[in-house]
Each structure stands twice: as C-alpha cells, then as structure tokens.
Design a protein around this ligand. Structure first.
Ligand code: NAD
Length: 387
C-alpha cells in the first residue's frame, strides 16, 4: 500500500515567525493584497501587524472584515463576489479557521465561474480547475490547522459542508504563537481541544500511515501537556508555543489521515445549534472514543501514553479505558461542558442530529469501527446523559 503525503510548500513556525511575511510576499509578483479577517481582530489591532509592514514597503492592502465564526455559505458567496469584482493579486487570511477557510476559498474561486454552492462536496456540480491567487495563511488560534489543509468549511442550514481541492492549500503558512496570546480562555480551550481531536482522530483513522502517526502522537504530547496552562495563563509563552506547534502538527496529521466519528457527529451540532466547532468536537470526543474503544485498543494505549501517562503495567484494554477517562478529564479541566445538556441541547434533537450525521459518509468511512444509525444515536444519547 502507498500513501500520498501533502504539506503546504512553505511554513514558518515558532515565536516571531511573522517577521518572514514581507520577504515571502516579495517572492510573488503582486501589488494589491486582500487581507481577510474578522472585525474583532481588526479592532484589537492584530491585523495591523500584517498590514503595516506590507504598506511600509509599498504594497496596497485592503482589509476585509466580514468574516463571522463558523461562516455560513452566504458569507462565502459575498466574499467571493467581492474578490472577483475588485481584482486582487493575493489573499492573506488572518484569524481562526473561519477567516482562513474563507481566504483560501476566495483565493481559488476568484478566478472560477459560478457560485460557492456549485463547488460544495456533498451537493456541488462544478470542479475546481486551477489554482487562482497566491494565498498566505496566518492562524491566530491554535486549533483548526486550516493553514495546512485543502479544506474550506461552510455552515449550511442544519449541518456543514466543505469545498476541498489541493489548490486550496496555502502557498505559505505562518504559524506564530505570539499572535495567540490575546485568545481568551474559552476560545483557547475550544480551539485547543479541536486540535487534540484532529490528532486523536488522525491516529485512529483507517487511513493513518507512519507519517500521520508521527505527526499525530507529537501533537497529542504537546497539546495534552500545555492546554491547561494555556487556558489558565494565556501569557505563558511556552504553553502558547507548544499549542501552536501542536495544532500545526495535528492539522498536518488529519489532512493526511482524515478525521472520523467525532467530526461526523460534531458537524450537525454546529449546524443545528450554532455551537463553536471546537466545543462540538470537545463534548463528543470522550463519548465517541468510549464507544469505538474496542476497535482500537492498542492505538488508544499509545494515545494514553502520549498524554503523559504510564501504561507499563496495563493491558491494552485497561489503558484504552483510562484513555477515555483522561480525555474526559481534560475537557472538564478546561471548563468545556461535558454533556450535550450543558450546551442546552434537548433530548428531542438527538434524532435529527443522527439523521444529519449519517450523511457524513466520507468522514464516517474512516472510523475504525463502522458507525451505523443506531450507533450514532447511542453516542448522542451517551453524550446527552453524560454516561
Ligand atoms: P474562529 O475562527 O471562528 O474564531 C473564534 C473566535 O476567536 C472569533 O470570535 C475570533 O474573533 C476570536 N479570535 C481568533 N483569534 C483570536 C486572537 N488571537 N485573540 C482574540 N480572539 C481571537 O474559530 P476557529 O475554531 O479557529 O475556526 C472555526 C472554523 O474553522 C469553523 O468554521 C470550522 O468548521 C473550521 N475548521 C476548518 C478546518 C480546515 O481544515 N479548514 C478544520 C477544522 C475546523
């Protein structure tokens, strides 16, 4: 068996890696740059760290701030129309996954015809045929890994869908932990558990390979050991740096191995209840892993050890149970509600969540244990009751 391994062509990581921005932009023959971000990041001055050095050396920049969290399709359509109308030479996405996903979408679809809906994975009819504008992606959360993936996620009425193609991959990813210092504890927690979920699901994925395993285990080590500090003391440089590397590695791991059951069940929660992507993953992570535990005991023992625990005297079965307990403890320690009730989801919603989750066939196919309708409903019930 052989695997395709894909990384973005260039990444800069580590503290102050943003200092490489101007040199990187200089490599592309561009003049007019669209910086895509959200209004909050512009208001706190974070976007200036990108715009000012570029303007100082003569680039024309425009800051587009109509990004919203978990962007609905309509926001994507509006941005793509704007990009087509105003003729930019480059896009730079600055923000969490919401801004980065929209930036890569706009960069590619600026030079395509048709609506964004035409290119959606589940219902679209058109193919992406060329690369479009150069794209630089600069994450300000340690979570989604969007800076290294070929995916753009959009919220639909009751669920989520993606536009995906290798042309969406960033030309340059700049992953500077200094940009995450201002993240409040709640967002640090949700985005951090999102990154942990990417690594855990990549490690147990049916598509895992030795390359994705190495990336996933190191991501699990870094995130499990730093997330509590990053949440309780956001100014801790080491914890922010570890979270930044952890989410970057987790992004590369899941991009190459895929995510599975947690994401398939989380998408409808985000779609129907407008709960942040990281929170929906976090609340489901222990329950999905608890349900599929038997199908991947050895791998869960590895995860338990990567989380910093000794499994020397434990059987694979014992370690896999403890792994589920520690994942649950981690979610609770960073103050994310550990049941669906904690997010005000009522029991009568579980059927409709199940109906939407089974549509995520491509993602479910990577689960080491097949997840059918009754399995999915059982997991939602367990997550509802906290059992
Ligand atoms: P986000 O981009 O929605 O941002 C969440 C909040 O954090 C926003 O209010 C934002 O203003 C704030 N924020 C961001 N950086 C900050 C900073 N440095 N300081 C203070 N506040 C800051 O959150 P996210 O979790 O990063 O992204 C979620 C989106 O990414 C979802 O739509 C999800 O489906 C998508 N996603 C994409 C991929 C991918 O591979 N493309 C993977 C996972 C998730």
């Amino acid at each position: 068996m052989s695997e395709k391994i894909t990384f973005p062509p260039v990444s800069f990581t580590g503290w102050d890696s943003l200092s490489h921005l101007v040199d990187e932009v200089n490599r592309f023959e561009v003049k007019k740059i669209l910086v895509i971000t959200d209004p909050f990041l512009k208001n706190i001055g974070l976007t200036n760290k990108i715009v000012e050095p570029l303007e100082k050396v003569g680039y024309i920049t425009e800051v587009y701030t109509e990004v919203v969290p978990e962007p609905p399709l309509a926001i994507g359509e509006k941005l793509v129309a704007y990009t087509r109308e105003h003729q930019f030479d480059m896009v730079i996405g600055v923000g969490g996954g919401s801004a980065l996903d929209l930036a890569k979408l706009a960069g590619v679809l600026a030079s395509h015809e048709g609506s964004v809906a035409d290119y959606l994975n589940l219902t679209g009819t058109k193919e992406i045929t060329h690369k479009g504008l150069p794209k630089i992606l600069i994450p300000t959360t340690s979570g989604t890994g969007s800076e290294v993936t070929n995916i753009s996620v959009l919220s639909l009425e009751t669920t989520k869908d993606v536009v995906t193609h290798d042309y969406l991959i960033a030309d340059v990813a700049i992953v500077d932990p200094a940009l995450t210092i201002s993240l409040p504890p709640k967002v640090t927690a949700a985005t951090g558990v999102d990154a942990l979920t990417h690594a855990v699901e990549a490690y147990i994925s049916k598509n895992a390979s030795p390359v994705s395993d190495a990336l996933a285990l190191q991501a699990i080590r870094l995130i499990s050991n730093s997330i509590r500090t990053a949440v309780s003391n956001g100014e801790d440089k080491q914890a922010r740096t570890d979270m930044s590397y952890g989410s970057y590695l987790a992004g590369l791991a899941f991009f190459n191995a895929g995510v599975a059951g947690v994401h398939a069940l989380a998408y409808p929660i985000g779609g129907q209840f407008h709960i942040a992507h990281g929170d929906s993953n976090a609340v489901l992570l222990p329950y999905v892993m608890g349900y599929i535990r038997q199908s991947c005991e050895k791998r869960m023992k590895d995860i338990y050890e990567a989380m910093g625990f000794s499994a020397v005297n434990l059987s694979q079965e014992e370690a896999s149970y403890k792994c589920v307990d520690e994942l649950k403890r981690l979610v609770e320690d960073v103050n994310i509600p550990s049941t669906l009730q904690g997010f005000n989801i009522t029991e009568d919603a579980l059927e409709s969540l199940t109906k939407d989750a089974i549509e995520q066939k491509r993602i479910l196919a990577r689960s080491p244990m097949p997840l059918l309708r009754e399995d999915i409903l059982s997991i939602y019930k367990a997550a509802f009751e906290g059992k």
